[in-house]
Ligand binder design. Structure first.
Ligand SMILES: Nc1ncnc2c1ncn2[C@@H]1O[C@H](COP(=O)(O)OP(=O)(O)OP(=O)(O)O)[C@@H](O)[C@H]1O
Ligand SMILES: O=C(O)[C@H](O)COP(=O)(O)O
Length: 449
């Protein structure tokens, strides 16, 4: 992934070199000082805000900076509690950088998929968590565009941020609507995308909006993700081992195709392995398999053979007769008993997979190895996470479920990974070699400039 033509927020924040005109201008102000009433507010288009005239203050001081973040965090359906705040935590370095540069911080995100016309997924609890984590006062105006949020942003003081409500309350967001993007553009002078998790969506706040903005940049998280995941795409160090799991072959077909062109070994676990085992003629009994994907699984197996890619499938699986079982037993993959289903990979398979990434220089993992939400079928996923965290290569985990599993496995395990991506679909699309609309829209050759 080439980052040509993409500015980093760090470049925008840099103080402009003092120049004669600014020195002679008594309104220049002290470097780094934030004048809450100065600059950006009310000045659509962004040129000439306080602190940007070569007076030694940050290039964004006093400006209204719109930071598109991905605060689409998992929440407990019953209690509404945030179950994993990693996406909030990971956005903080950019938010702090912008705040400390004396700019006004305007945050925007989607959350889940609200029902059309319903405001059922508010970002209020996310704002509360952000406030806890940063100590900032977080204002969440009811309206997303128009005079009300403009006023909130105008009134922002140091230590206060504005978090816009769930962008998907406006259906124009997902339609990449230019008019909606223009309304968002009225709220800010500078655009920053730090929402790696949403970079694969051509939505108004991710695609149409930055193309309207003269000043736009990538945030620290977005850059960190692009650099880390880019290492898996652009000449990855070999041997390269990928581990794929999750529910369906059909969801992962593009990523499997892409990986076959670059990896040395592909380990397949989770329910998707059942379809491959069945394609090899094994009777998986009541296990979840995709009957209509059996020919596809056979094609993948033979393509891998032709390309010299080693495919590792489970040699043993943990079986039970119901999803609610308290315990399962490990059996050989070709000996699933009548009435049973494979719900996890067995210990021999964990050892087999782990052996391959011991020597690997690059390891990528996406998708759990079993029904890991149920303790009886979580061991394969957690053991794999533990062993992968000890591997010396460049270990990367991408995807909501697998990243969550790594964190649940404990701090030690999580720390062992070289990169834990905040992106699910975005990380897969990047691995597939697809262009991400949110990244493309930041390039200097796009839109406004
Ligand atoms: N053997 C299995 N039988 C039944 N369900 C399984 C099995 N293996 C995995 N699963 C379920 O598959 C779901 C995850 O599959 P999914 O395809 O959504 O992965 P994913 O979301 O792509 O992974 P990630 O979030 O890491 O990208 C989990 O809820 C898990 O319990
Ligand atoms: O969680 C994600 O993958 C991103 O936030 C994108 O969400 P979406 O799949 O609802 O567009």
């Amino acid at each position: 992934m080439k980052l040509t033509g993409i500015r980093s927020i760090e470049d925008l924040v840099k103080p402009k070199a003092p120049d004669v005109a600014a020195k002679a201008d008594p309104r220049g102000g002290a470097p780094g000082k934030f004048d809450p009433r100065g600059g950006g507010a009310g000045s659509a288009g962004g040129a000439g805000s306080a602190g940007s005239a070569g007076d030694g203050t940050s290039g964004i001081a006093g400006k209204r900076v719109f930071i598109r973040v991905d605060f689409n965090v998992p929440m407990d359906k019953k209690t509404g509690e945030i179950t994993d705040d990693a996406r909030i935590r990971e956005a903080i370095p950019t938010i702090k950088l912008v705040m400390e540069a004396g700019a006004k911080v305007v945050l925007a995100s989607h959350l889940g998929r609200p029902k059309p016309g319903k405001r059922d997924l508010s970002l209020e609890p996310v704002g509360a968590r952000l406030a806890e984590l940063t100590g900032y006062e977080v204002h969440v105006p009811e309206e997303i565009v128009g005079d009300a949020p403009k006023k909130v942003i105008y009134d922002l003081r140091v230590g206060q941020v504005c978090l816009l409500e769930n962008l998907r309350f406006h259906e124009e967001e997902e339609k990449n609507d230019e008019n909606f993007a223009r309304q968002l553009a009225e709220l800010c002078d500078v655009y920053v995308n730090d929402a790696f998790g949403a970079a694969h969506r051509a939505h108004a706040s991710v695609h149409a909006l930055p193309r309207l903005m003269r000043e736009r940049a990538a945030g620290l998280l977005l850059l960190k993700e692009l650099r880390a995941l880019g290492r898996l795409v652009d000449r990855p160090e070999k041997p390269y081992v990928a581990v794929l799991g999750g529910a369906k072959v059909s969801d992962k077909i593009d990523v499997v195709e892409a990986l076959l062109g670059v990896v040395d070994t592909l380990c397949i676990g989770g329910a998707m392995a059942n379809t491959f085992l069945a394609a090899q003629g094994k009777d998986m009994k009541k296990s979840k398999i995709e009957e209509d994907k059996l020919p596809l699984a056979r094609t993948i197996l033979s393509k891998a053979g032709n390309r010299g890619v080693q495919i590792l499938l489970p040699t043993d699986v943990v079986v039970a007769s119901s999803l609610e079982a308290d315990a399962g037993s490990a059996v050989a993959a070709d000996a699933v008993p009548d009435g049973a289903m494979a719900l996890d990979i067995g210990p021999k398979t964990v050892a087999l997979f782990a052996d391959s990434f011991k020597r690997a220089k690059t390891v990528f993992w996406n998708g759990p190895m079993g029904l890991f939400e149920t303790p009886a079928f979580s061991k394969g996923t957690f053991e794999l996470a533990k062993l992968m965290s000890k591997a010396s290569g460049f270990t990367v985990v991408g995807g909501g479920d697998s990243a969550a599993a790594v964190k649940q496995a404990g701090d030690e395990v999580a720390k062992g990974f070289k990169h834990i991506s905040t992106g699910g679909g975005a990380s897969l699309e990047l691995i597939e070699g697809k262009k991400l609309p949110g990244v493309e829209a930041l390039r200097a050759t796009e839109g406004a400039e």
